[in-house]
Write a protein that binds this ligand. Structure first.
Ligand code: PEP
Ligand code: MG
Length: 292
């Protein structure tokens, strides 16, 4: 099996119509970059930035963050690294944030909601990200979006980060792509409106499934009620990809479903541009695409 998979290493995956399909890695810290490279990743489709904030007792500095993001773009040598901004709350807690206890944390103060409530914390991360963008190909992605108003507010804060760096004479890539995760049913349903605001979508099927099927992803007892291939989720994915392409932007999938070989053909038929997954599954999915 291993030697069969090795035949696909270094090859570019393309859909039946000839379109390039990127097969990328999801990583949780710079320590995973080696696995992404040996896994034959075409880029990093999801760099979860929570590692910088968890397991410590105060906010990470701009400098700490800048170093980690820079390390990632430099290691990937020109291939795009999509960094997702802070996604804590719900299952991931950091005491120094002093977040109130909640009855329904998955539907509470998490991810972009924390960032928009504390713009200074957000701005520090954005400044670090833009500074790292001067050293490679970096894209910035925002989690848990539900509305156009949120995206517009985010873009204002991004513009503020760029203005500050410009005034300080610090280099950055002014064309670094800005994208959003589509991981709430609301975002999928209004993806036509959201597509006008950003450069790309990445569909987070873990949360999209949880919220669409009202099935807690943390609760194993609910699993029998949670059909991973539920038609409702697949329709939302299809709608999202169609609306992305309608507005001329690209759409990827970075939830667990991206590595589900039973769905690869369906995703290619939908026109998905990128599949991002745990590095160990990349060759498997490249084989599925190239050897069908
Ligand atoms: C998702 O929700 O599908 C996703 C990729 O993000 P996370 O698993 O980190 O919530
Ligand atoms: Mg998610």
């Amino acid at each position: 099996r291993r030697s069969y998979l090795e035949r696909f290493r270094g090859r570019e995956a393309a859909a039946p119509d000839g379109r390039r399909v990127l097969v990328c890695a999801n990583i949780g810290s710079p320590a995973d970059l080696g696995a992404a490279l040996t896994g034959d990743a075409d880029g990093v489709g999801l760099f979860r930035s929570e590692f910088l904030y968890l397991g410590r007792d105060d906010f990470p500095s701009e400098e700490d963050q800048y170093r980690a993001y820079r390390e990632a773009v430099e290691a990937m040598g020109g291939r795009t690294v999509v960094v997702r901004t802070l996604d804590i709350g719900a299952d991931k807690q950091a005491d120094y944030f002093r977040l109130p206890r909640e009855e329904n944390p998955a539907m509470g103060m998490r991810a972009i909601r924390i960032c928009l409530t504390r713009p200074q914390v957000f701005l520090t991360q954005l400044r670090a990200l833009y500074r790292a963008s001067a050293h490679g190909k970096l894209a910035i992605m925002f989690p848990m979006i539900t509305s156009v108003a949120e995206v517009r507010r985010i873009k204002e804060i991004c513009a503020q980060a760029r203005r500050e760096l410009e005034a300080e004479g610090k280099p950055f890539d002014g064309h670094a792509e800005l994208g959003i995760m589509i991981e709430t049913p609301a975002a999928a349903v209004i993806s036509d409106l959201l597509a006008r605001e950003v450069d790309f979508f990445s569909i987070g099927t873990n949360d999209l499934t949880q919220y669409t099927l009202a099935a807690d992803r943390q609760n194993a007892a609910i699993e029998p009620f949670c059909d991973r291939h539920h038609e409702a989720v697949l329709r939302l994915i299809r709608t999202t990809v169609e609306n992305a392409h309608g507005a001329g932007i690209w759409a990827g999938i970075c939830g667990e479903l991206a590595a589900d070989a039973a769905l690869t053909d369906i995703f290619l038929d939908m026109g998905v541009d990128e599949l991002s997954m745990t590095p160990g599954s990349i060759l498997e999915i490249k084989a599925r695409i190239l050897d069908r």
